[in-house]
Design a binder for this molecule. Structure first.
Ligand code: GLP
Length: 235
């Protein structure tokens, strides 16, 4: 893992944007896996700004959602798809045929099966943008004695149900749909964005370079091409 300390959240977003744009310039039809939450918002604004100047650059880009809150419709603004539509899909003019999201019209387990099948066909992910959960999760791969390696329905922890996106909902979901560590680790390149409040202890553990299912993000140490961009304020 290539750990880069950034002066602040703005520098972290600019650094991430430069990495992602360079990859898209190399391969315009790449498959970008997109996390939600507050960590990637600066990156997505930078990509939107670039799309404003150079819409052609994103003409073939494909996007896949990392996860989705359980029980929410794709049309719900609080859903992952709603978030991505507002910040990434619409500004970059990603057409419906270039976006892979979790299907909220079917049972969650079936939506995960469909996602696995779609990824088998369109994958692997070229660039996977991740945020770090305050409890060490990535996507909705929650800490535990064991991990479900593939795309699955996950019971959400108490901490995750307190995430700002969940708190803005009438009733925080009890489960989420998520790509598993297997699909994440099959990505050609991973960019982990570490920024936000209440993550100091988790980051300190992550940087110890020990792998444990009780800290799902630590499994990223097993991958050979990870940039971990850390906002100095989190150290
Ligand atoms: C949420 C999302 C993840 C996100 C993570 C960190 O639960 N499911 O996709 O990366 O938590 O969120 P934030 O960036 O807001 O700290």
């Amino acid at each position: 893992m290539n750990v880069v300390t950034c002066e602040n959240d703005e520098r972290l977003s600019a650094h991430a944007a430069a990495l992602v744009i360079a990859e898209i310039e190399r391969r315009r039809s790449l498959l970008l896996c997109a996390a939600t939450g507050s960590s990637p918002t600066g990156l997505y604004s930078a990509l939107a700004e670039r799309a404003h100047q150079d819409p052609e650059l994103f003409r073939d880009l494909r996007v896949i959602a990392l996860d989705e809150w359980g029980g929410l419709r794709e049309t719900d603004p609080g859903s992952t798809t709603g978030y991505l539509r507002e910040r990434l899909l619409d500004p970059l003019a990603i057409s419906a045929d270039r976006f892979l999201g979790f299907d909220s019209s079917v049972e969650p387990a079936l939506a995960c099966q469909k996602m696995r099948a779609a990824l088998d066909q369109s994958g692997p992910i070229d660039v996977c943008v991740l945020g770090l959960g305050a409890n060490g999760h990535v996507g909705f791969n929650e800490p535990g004695l064991t991990l479900d390696p593939n795309c699955h329905v996950a019971r959400l922890s108490v901490e995750t149900r307190q995430h700002a996106m969940a708190r803005s909902m009438d009733r925080p979901p009890e489960f989420g749909l998520t790509l598993g560590l297997q699909e994440i680790l099959a990505s050609k390149r991973i960019v982990l964005l570490v920024t936000g409040k209440g993550k100091q202890q988790t980051v300190a553990r992550l940087l110890r370079e020990e792998v444990s299912t009780t800290l799902p993000a630590s499994l990223l140490w097993l991958h050979g091409n990870v940039d971990c961009l850390v906002d100095r304020a989190v150290l």
